[in-house]
Every structure is written in structure tokens, then in C-alpha cells.
Design a protein around this ligand. Structure first.
Ligand SMILES: Cc1cc2nc3c(=O)[nH]c(=O)nc-3n(C[C@H](O)[C@H](O)[C@H](O)COP(=O)(O)O)c2cc1C
Length: 312
């Protein structure tokens, strides 16, 4: 029912409920650890970027069975994002289109809470990924320098938001300068792939990530036009993009990419978690399923995943 209310209203009300502790998920004891190099993640199911943009919810969802949480995308300076309406839901398709426009309280605001965030995720043994969005290489570097030594488990580099209007993707020279610059940090990086671009780009970025030892997050939303959104376009997420994501993970593995992969896009069921892992993902995240179901989704996915894994 809640999913038929105005989407931004649902978004703000559910954030307020989760934050206030009104929505409480019973603690989950199931563990299904995944090893990524030195990192041990208690289970492969996590929250993707876009729900907890400023790290305000993580404390309330850390005990929901989630294996890892992605905070962000955080931008260096505070941003309001696009004018509303900026989300349109398609509940019958388990999908939505959004053009949030990378709203963020800004990096300094996030950093003011980082010690508490690290404490709470440590308490529940949840791994932390921070997604950074930047409009220049310098912006990324300023944030990465400040994040050094905080023990963040991984950083996701968002180069694929529809808000960039393709800038990072259409300028591989500048993008490769950014990828080179990341070499200076002793961090597990995931480069977030776009949907809807040509095979040449995918091949190139998979090759670059392999060369530098970075992981890939596959994938961001699919850019589409949507006249009901203030800016007339947005990114499609949810069930309809699932086949594209699965195919892209398979392709990247077939090209020989050996680094870690976070698969996300349209996952609503435990069988999809298994399918993405079998396609070559190491971890699986959800965003739209969380938007529809709230933090209960992790408990359900984990139970479905574990019971199916035992049967196969
Ligand atoms: C409301 C909303 C906001 C999002 N914000 C971000 C973001 O800030 N950074 C980012 O990298 N991806 C963002 N995404 C994309 C998701 O992380 C994910 O890649 C995409 O939605 C596909 O997964 P899903 O089908 O499970 O939603 C957002 C998605 C939605 C629906």
C-alpha cells in the first residue's frame, strides 16, 4: 500500500521511521561468509548506494541481517539535487525511475559522523562501503585523502550516475587519469559501471580495473526519459534491469576480469542472489527492493539464499 503513495513522501517517511527505531528488524544470526582478499564479509547480501546517502540510517539497519552497507553517494560539497518530482515508481513492474541529482549533505557532514558509523557497523560485524561521487578528479582525491586511516572496508567510485550526463563515460582519457590517481590509495575500490553504453566501453573499463586491481560494481541505473520527472529523464532500476546486469557480469567474467564484483540491479529474491553469484558476482546488493520493502528485505533474502544454497 505504502508503495502507491507519492514516492518522495514514502522515501522521507520510511527514513524517519527507520531512524526513529519504529521500524525494527529482528536480529538475524545466519552467517554465510565471503572472503575478498583480506576482507571477510559475514554474508554476500548488502545495501547498494542511494538509500543511505549521508550515513544517517546505517545505525538502524546494521542489525537487519545485512552483510554490507553502501553509504552515499557522498559529494564533496552539499548538494540539493534536482527539483521534485524526482522519483516515479512502477509497483506492478517492481521498478522505479529516479533523477535525485546526487543530493548530499556533503562530505564534511558525513565525516562528522564517521566515528559513530564505524562503531555501530563494528558492533554488528557489517562491512562498510562508501560511495563517492565527484565532478572532477580533485574532488575524489580530497575525499579519499580525508578517508585514509578510517578503516573503511571499500570505496565505490560512482562514475555512472545519470546526473553526470555521461561526462566520465564519454571522456575515457580523463577517466583513466582518475583510475591512475586511485593507485595512490591502499583501498579496495569498486568502479561503478553504467548501463546502456557500448561494449567497447565495458571492455575498456573491465581491462582498466583488472590492470589496477580494482573491483567493479555492476551496475548503475539505465538512463531513460520520463516526462513526469522534473528534469524529464532518470535512471531505471528494479526488476526490468536484472537481465542486463546478469548478462554484463557474465560478459565481464568471460573477458577474463578476475577482480571482485558487486552485482546489483533488480534483485528481489534469493534465487537471484544465487544466480548473480553463479554469474560471477562476489557480493549482491539491493536498492529498489529496499525502497519497496524496507530493511526487512535482508532477513528474507538471506533466509531464501541460505535455504536454496543448502539444497543445491
Ligand atoms: C532512489 C535511488 C537513488 C540512487 N542513488 C544512487 C547514488 O547516489 N549513487 C549510486 O552510485 N547509485 C545510486 N542509485 C543506483 C543504485 O545504487 C543501483 O545501482 C540501481 O538502483 C540498481 O539496483 P536496484 O535495481 O536494486 O535498485 C540510486 C538508485 C535509486 C533507486
Amino acid at each position: 500500500m505504502i508503495n502507491y503513495l507519492p514516492p518522495e513522501l514514502t522515501y522521507s517517511v520510511s527514513h524517519a521511521f527507520i531512524n526513529a527505531g519504529i521500524v525494527r528488524v529482528p536480529g538475524v544470526k545466519l552467517e554465510f561468509p565471503v572472503e575478498l582478499g583480506k576482507l571477510r564479509i559475514k554474508n554476500p547480501i548488502g545495501l547498494g548506494a542511494g538509500i543511505d546517502k549521508d550515513g544517517l540510517l546505517v545505525g538502524s539497519i546494521a542489525n537487519s541481517g545485512v552483510g554490507f552497507v553502501t553509504i552515499g553517494s557522498v559529494t564533496l560539497r552539499p548538494r540539493l539535487g534536482n527539483p521534485k518530482p524526482r522519483i516515479v515508481k512502477y509497483p506492478h513492474l517492481k521498478a522505479m525511475v529516479n533523477a535525485m541529482g546526487l543530493p548530499s549533505r556533503g562530505f564534511m557532514d558525513f565525516m562528522s559522523r564517521i566515528n559513530n558509523i564505524i562503531k555501530v557497523i563494528g558492533k554488528f560485524n557489517v562491512s562498510l562501503v562508501v560511495s563517492l561521487a565527484g565532478f572532477s578528479i580533485e574532488e575524489f582525491l580530497i575525499m579519499l585523502n580525508r578517508l585514509r586511516n578510517f578503516g573503511i572496508h571499500a570505496v565505490e567510485i560512482n562514475i555512472s550516475s545519470p546526473t553526470y550526463h555521461g561526462s566520465w563515460i564519454s571522456d575515457p582519457k580523463y577517466l583513466s587519469e582518475l583510475l591512475n590517481a586511485l593507485e595512490d590509495f591502499d583501498t579496495l575500490f569498486f568502479i561503478k559501471m553504467p548501463l546502456g553504453v557500448g561494449l567497447d566501453f565495458y571492455k575498456w573499463i573491465a581491462h582498466e580495473a583488472e590492470k589496477h586491481g580494482y573491483g567493479l560494481t555492476i551496475a548503475n541505473t539505465l538512463p531513460v526519459s520520463e516526462p513526469r520527472i522534473s528534469v524529464g529523464y532518470g535512471g531505471l532500476s528494479g526488476y526490468p534491469i536484472y537481465p542486463l546486469v546478469k548478462a554484463l557480469i557474465r560478459r565481464v567474467r568471460a573477458w577474463g576480469f578476475r577482480g571482485p564484483v558487486i552485482g546489483l540491479g533488480g534483485v528481489f529474491h534469493g534465487w537471484q542472489v544465487i544466480e548473480l553469484l553463479r554469474s560471477g558476482a562476489n557480493l549482491v546488493a539491493v536498492v529498489t527492493a529496499f525502497a519497496y520493502e524496507g530493511p526487512f528485505v535482508f532477513n528474507r533474502l538471506l533466509r531464501e539464499f541460505v535455504s536454496l544454497s543448502v539444497r543445491f
